[in-house]
Design a protein around this ligand. Structure first.
Ligand code: FE2
Length: 279
């Protein structure tokens, strides 16, 4: 399945393009079932306490930083009672799983390194693509949190900026259950901020351009299960809270070019024993 020239044009004009039916519904279900298994096997007791005290907050940060080369589980912000216990089952409390699913889990590895995706990167003109990070996003019914308008290059930066986000809808995504929204052409505004390491072990948001996003230009990207949305690293996008009773599962993968310089102050630094690789 190669991209058509009008799809490639759309991507460069708008900063995103929707490829409907890119993934078979049965393939979506394979990923969903694999995640179900992983969640079942996951013991949240050690992680739940992380959110209760300052010292444990540091551990939480380590848990986040080390997820660059691991499969780690992150909870919804309002999943906890004041005593640190979960309000509802772990299955209903996880916000996302990341960030090395594509390297460490055989099912996600196979999906992420398919011939189809290799061709796609080629169609986008990526010479030496590397698979940088993967996330499984749940957008839980009723508690799935908002993701404010942002550019992925704020978090994952290369010079020059060569990063593509692949967003696979594993279920129908609608306005009701918190689909993506994007500003068509917004990737031409330039990078507004960078979330960079500050040298003392923490992170800092550095503003490069304080002009607010023209959020009135955001359009909803409602897509069917199996659709793939390609997002330019500079494209402003967001998703609203999921207040509906339906989940909105998605799998995302970010590709960078090996020819671009990967910024040393990005949060995501892979362990030396796990260098990035391509398809
Ligand atoms: Fe994003």
């Amino acid at each position: 399945m190669r991209m058509t020239s009008s799809q490639i044009d759309n991507y460069s004009t708008n900063g995103f393009v929707v490829l409907e039916g890119f993934v078979e519904p049965s393939e979506c279900d394979v990923l969903r079932h694999r995640i179900e298994q992983m969640v079942q096997e996951f013991d949240p007791s050690g992680v739940v306490s992380i959110f209760t005290t300052r010292e444990q907050k540091r551990v939480a940060d380590d848990y986040f930083f080390s997820s660059s080369g691991k499969i780690h589980f992150f909870f919804e912000e309002n999943a906890f009672n004041p005593d640190g216990s979960l309000k509802q089952s772990k299955e209903k409390s996880i916000n996302k799983i990341g960030h090395a699913l594509h390297d460490l889990d055989p099912v996600f590895n196979r999906f992420s390194r398919s011939e189809k995706l290799k061709q796609l990167a080629d169609d986008l003109g990526m010479q030496n693509p590397l698979l940088l990070q993967s996330m499984y996003i749940f957008k839980q019914p009723n508690i799935g949190g908002e993701v404010v308008c942002h550019q992925d290059s704020t978090f994952l930066h290369t010079e020059p900026i060569e990063i593509v986000g692949l967003w696979f809808a594993l279920e129908d995504a609608t306005v009701e259950n918190g689909c993506l929204w994007a500003i068509p052409g917004g990737h031409k505004y330039g990078l507004k901020s960078r979330w960079a390491r500050n040298g003392s072990g923490g992170m800092e948001l550095k503003t490069l351009d304080s002009e607010p996003w023209p959020e009135e230009e955001l359009v909803p990207l409602e897509v069917k299960k199996g659709s793939l949305i390609l997002l330019h690293g500079l494209l402003p996008h967001r998703s609203l809270e999921n207040k509906s009773s339906k989940s909105r599962h998605a799998y995302t993968l970010h590709l960078i070019s090996a020819d671009a310089k990967y910024s040393e102050d990005n949060w995501l630094q892979r362990p030396a024993s796990m260098p990035l690789s391509g398809f």
